[in-house]
Design a protein around this ligand. Structure first.
Ligand code: ZN
Length: 404
């Protein structure tokens, strides 16, 4: 017997590997962890390791830690009033055109200090953590000026330490046109490309660049300028694409080899084919679809047909997805979009990792991967999707403190 730090035995182990079994299942499985990394995985009876800490899973489900690959969870204020307005018939576009929507959150976020933002956002991160979500992507995009975008990204990085989670940050300066640039959109794009992206990149505060390509957001031509600047600074891109209309955002982000096209309710088959070619993940955000009472579902059958992997995320934000319940989003992806329970679980593990360029580190139980593992108090993986946020896992190996 060889020694290591942790061994988990007798687990209904969903590795999320592509090993030919649903969920990459290993029945009566075991894994060994040392120095925060998985060093062995297989059948319990074959495990050659003895752990300083031994866990007998007693046949219960063991999974990789979950990943929420699309959130806006750093913000100040809230938009409960707009929720009430939408219930009386005002559309999201009308609210945005009247200075509400994203811009009301921008005002509150500009006024908040860095400490305010951290303390307001920490409960949201901790709530996700309690569900087994140990990696969270957090976007900026409620600052829309250099100072506040940087403040948001710093708040996101601080949350990683405070909540003991891994955070991937995304610069979303192209979320909306700020009021001071309303008559001069092109100058705002100049600011993003010539000042915000370079400075954020110099300070190492962003892992990717995102934009909101939409009629009420930015055009394809404007998004291209942002993506070209990201490329000059060596930052990968993702895109809020084809959410409310088909602007060919999916094709655009695929052209830049993007990590993910997100929302994608209106993606065309041409866009889906382009995503397949560039290995761009389709990130589905069922809570926003539900909250906006959208009718056009993302083209799941085309994603399957052309081999585009799907991720699922909360889209946690104060306007269109006031939720931190990733388990509920799994359930919704199945009931609203027709995903299988296996597709849903891969959407918050293996495929979510890929949407964050973490596919070799997170989202699977395999040798060399992150040793943060979840033990659930049930056996069947479908239970994770079936219940809407009821389960709280035991986190077997907590924060490894590894840089991602
Ligand atoms: Zn979003």
């Amino acid at each position: 017997m060889k020694n290591c730090q942790h061994v988990i035995r007798h687990a209904n182990l969903i590795t999320c590997q592509d090993n030919g079994n649903p969920y990459g299942l290993i029945e009566d499985g075991a894994l060994a962890i040392d120095q925060g990394k998985i060093i062995w995985v297989g059948k319990s009876i074959l495990c050659p390791y003895q752990g300083t800490k031994e866990v007998n899973a007693k046949g219960q489900l063991v999974s990789p830690a979950l990943i929420d690959c699309h959130t806006h969870l750093v913000f100040a204020g809230n938009r409960a009033n707009e929720f009430a307005m939408r219930l009386t018939g005002t559309s999201y576009e009308e609210i945005a055109q009247n200075g509400g929507g994203i811009l009301s959150t921008v005002q509150a976020t500009r006024e908040a200090t860095l400490d305010d933002l951290v303390s307001l956002s920490l409960p949201r991160a901790m709530d996700l953590r309690s569900q087994g979500v140990l990696t969270i992507e957090i976007k900026s995009g409620y600052g829309l000026d250099l100072e506040t975008e940087i403040k948001m990204l710093k708040a996101a990085r601080t949350l990683a330490l405070k909540a003991q989670i891994d955070v991937k940050t995304t610069l979303l300066a192209a979320h909306a046109v700020p009021p001071e640039y309303k008559e001069n959109r092109s100058s705002y794009i100049d600011l993003i490309c010539q000042e915000i992206i370079p400075e954020v990149s110099r300070q190492g505060l962003a892992d990717a660049v995102d934009a909101f390509c939409e009629g009420i957001g930015f055009s394809v031509a404007e998004t291209r300028r942002v993506f070209d600047a990201a490329a000059r600074w060596g930052l990968p891109v993702k895109l809020h694409a084809d959410q409310l209309s088909d602007l060919s955002g999916s094709t655009l982000v695929a052209e830049y080899g993007g990590l993910s096209a997100d929302h994608v309710e209106y993606a065309s088959e041409k866009g889906v084919k382009a995503m397949a070619k560039s290995d761009t993940i389709a990130t589905l955000l069922p809570y926003a679809f539900y909250a906006l009472q959208e009718k056009n579902k993302p083209p799941v059958s085309w994603f399957r047909k052309h081999g585009v992997d799907m991720a699922i995320a909360t889209d946690c934000n104060p306007g269109t997805a006031p939720t931190t319940n990733l388990h509920q989003c799994l359930h919704m992806a199945c009931t609203l979009f027709g995903l299988t329970t296996e597709e849903a679980i891969l959407g918050v593990t293996r495929n979510a990792a890929k949407a964050l360029a973490l596919e070799h580190k997170k989202g699977q139980i395999d040798i060399g991967f992150d040793g943060t593992i979840l033990l659930w108090n049930f056996k069947d993986p479908a239970e994770l999707v079936y219940w809407q946020g009821h389960h709280r896992p035991q986190i077997i190996h907590t924060y490894s403190n590894t840089q991602i």
